[in-house]
Design a protein around this ligand. Structure first.
Ligand code: F6P
Length: 531
């Protein structure tokens, strides 16, 4: 069992937390006029205010001490230098290289990867430019007007979220659609929206074995073949995968396959050819601006000292909350409806990366790791679960994300949106005493509930790229402190295997008996009721 509680920095933090049990955030602000500026930082166009966390001036230095004891600096260098930080699969994690602005020096492996990345980027750009300009037409002779990305998890969540977040940058005459679920609703709804003869399908799957994606791709092929000739069918499909041979076997033309590499994790792959739909739907320049924003944050992360390093500080605020205040939830509240899918994107990024309980050296671990993540765009969230955040029996830390500039032409809306965002963090912190509540207990609010605010000037491709990189590196830092591998996901395999067995039992009664009584009963009902 890996026990971090014997680590001297950990012990010091535990003692320190005990002294802060009665910390009053409103008082801390009143006593120190510099608190807000001292507990904020900026990088790559983002401003991070963590002054409403349950900390004082001693907390961050102690957390930095923990980071040092866990050799965070060495781990950051390992990530940067392409070492096999994904130890269970013996792979590097080079999502940062996908957006690097310059070729790496003195590292042949990285230089080779960089060169491969650039070849693919050039192809992505050519395809996007040709489709947007109309140089490349659909086989029917008209422009492509619909792009359907078929993928799930990391092959869907990033592109879907980014396409929606960057609505003002969308190409006018091209619409991107995202189909992920094996529940056929997404597929059905998309078929209703698209012009078959002017649609390009992208089958995005790192492994090219994912059930949902392959079934949806099959359905798309069948559907499309009612509208286009067999000869032209293949001209409506691209594939993005790290197993090109599987895509070829599936029937995709070799020239229509974009490669991906094992050193890019699925949930970190948006910046690779998994982002092909974005290059067409937003234009290559906007995709590149997203990569540049991420690259700026990468540079900050790789070079800034720990105590001024935004992803490091954010990671440490999380560790502080999870391991020393024992909070196992985190709320993500983006105050921009265009970021509606951001919490879902982060759920995969964080929970698939650090929702783990075995250590890098294969021991069970004795400390808490990733909190449960939930969220929704503000102000909608205020009218659903914020009641729980304000008056629930336990507290959940919140990440507020907000831009100074909102949807163009709606300044009044933006002023109210921003006011609401600040009002929520203020209300969580200051609360309302029983006296202030006129001795009506049900109106009082405990306050002292922590939050951080990430602010940007506007939700541009560059700012969004920086935001994504910020969270990716935060996750990595936490994995280093918790001593877990952020880049594998063995926990999702068992369910996939069992679903295949259950599917087989659906058509074979003998196989049914191997399951528990509950599963058998539900399956029997399914068979009776499926119609
Ligand atoms: O089920 C989990 C997972 O393996 C994710 O890690 C991944 O992003 C998703 O499935 C999709 O995988 P693929 O891109 O190989 O289809």
């Amino acid at each position: 069992m890996l026990v971090l509680e014997k680590n001297p920095a950990w012990m010091q933090l535990q003692q320190h937390q005990a002294t802060l049990k009665d910390l009053s955030l409103p008082q801390a602000f009143a006593q120190n006029p510099q608190r807000a500026t001292q507990l904020s930082c900026q990088a790559a166009g983002l401003f991070y205010d963590f002054s409403k966390q349950l900390i004082n001036q001693e907390t961050l230095p102690l957390l930095i001490e923990l980071a040092k004891q866990q050799k965070l600096n060495t781990a950051i260098a390992a990530l940067k230098n392409g070492e096999a930080v994904n130890n269970t699969e013996n792979r590097a994690a080079l999502h940062h290289l996908l957006r690097a602005k310059e070729a790496p020096q003195d590292n042949a492996f990285l230089a080779d990867c960089y060169q491969k990345i650039n070849v693919v980027k050039q192809r992505m750009k050519a395809v996007a430019d040709d489709i947007i300009s109309g140089k490349r037409l659909a086989p029917c002779g008209k422009p492509f007007t619909h792009i359907v990305n078929i993928g799930i998890g990391g092959s869907d969540l990033g592109p879907t979220m980014i396409y929606q977040a960057l609505k003002p940058y969308q190409q006018e005459n091209i619409r991107c659609h995202y189909v992920s679920n094996i529940s056929a609703f997404d597929l059905q709804r998309t078929f209703e929206l698209i012009e078959p003869e002017q649609t390009l399908f992208i089958i995005a799957s790192k492994t090219f074995t994912t059930l949902e994606t392959l079934k949806n791709a099959d359905a798309a092929k069948t559907w499309l073949s009612a509208y286009v000739t067999e000869e032209n069918l293949g001209k409506h499909f691209y594939a993005v995968t790290s197993s090109p041979e599987k895509a070829v076997t599936y029937g995709i033309d070799e020239s229509a396959i974009f490669p991906l590499w094992d050193w890019v994790g699925g949930r970190y792959s948006t910046y690779s050819a998994i982002g092909l739909s974005l290059t067409i739907g937003l234009g290559y320049d906007n995709f590149e601006a997203l990569l540049n924003g991420a690259a700026d944050m990468d540079q900050h992360f790789f070079n800034a000292p720990l105590e001024q390093n935004m992803p490091v500080i954010m990671a440490l605020m999380g560790v502080w909350s999870v391991n020393f205040w024992h909070k196992n939830t985190l709320c993500i509240a983006p105050y921009d409806a265009r970021l509606r899918r951001f919490p879902a994107y982060l759920q995969q990024l964080e929970m698939e990366s650090t929702g783990k309980s075995s250590s890098l050296d294969n021991q069970k671990i004795g400390h808490a790791t990733c909190p449960s993540i939930f969220g929704e765009a503000g102000t909608n969230s205020q009218h659903s679960f914020f009641q729980h955040l304000h008056q629930g029996t336990d507290f959940t830390p919140v990440d507020f994300i907000v831009a100074a500039q909102g949807v163009e032409g709606y300044q009044e809306h933006q002023d109210w949106l921003f006011s609401n965002c600040l009002a929520q963090s203020q209300a969580l912190m200051s609360g309302k005493t029983e006296t202030q509540a006129g001795f009506e207990q049900h109106k009082s609010m405990p306050g002292n509930r922590p939050s951080s605010t990430i602010m940007m000037q506007a939700l541009t491709p560059k700012a969004l790229g920086a935001l994504l990189s910020l969270y990716e590196h935060k996750v990595y830092c936490q994995s280093v402190i918790w001593q877990i591998n952020a880049f594998d996901q063995w926990g999702v395999e068992l369910g996939k295997k069992i679903s295949t067995e259950i599917h087989a039992a659906m058509f074979d009664d003998e196989k049914l008996s191997q399951f528990d009584a509950s599963t058998q009963q539900l399956l029997q009902r399914y068979k009776q009721q499926k119609g």
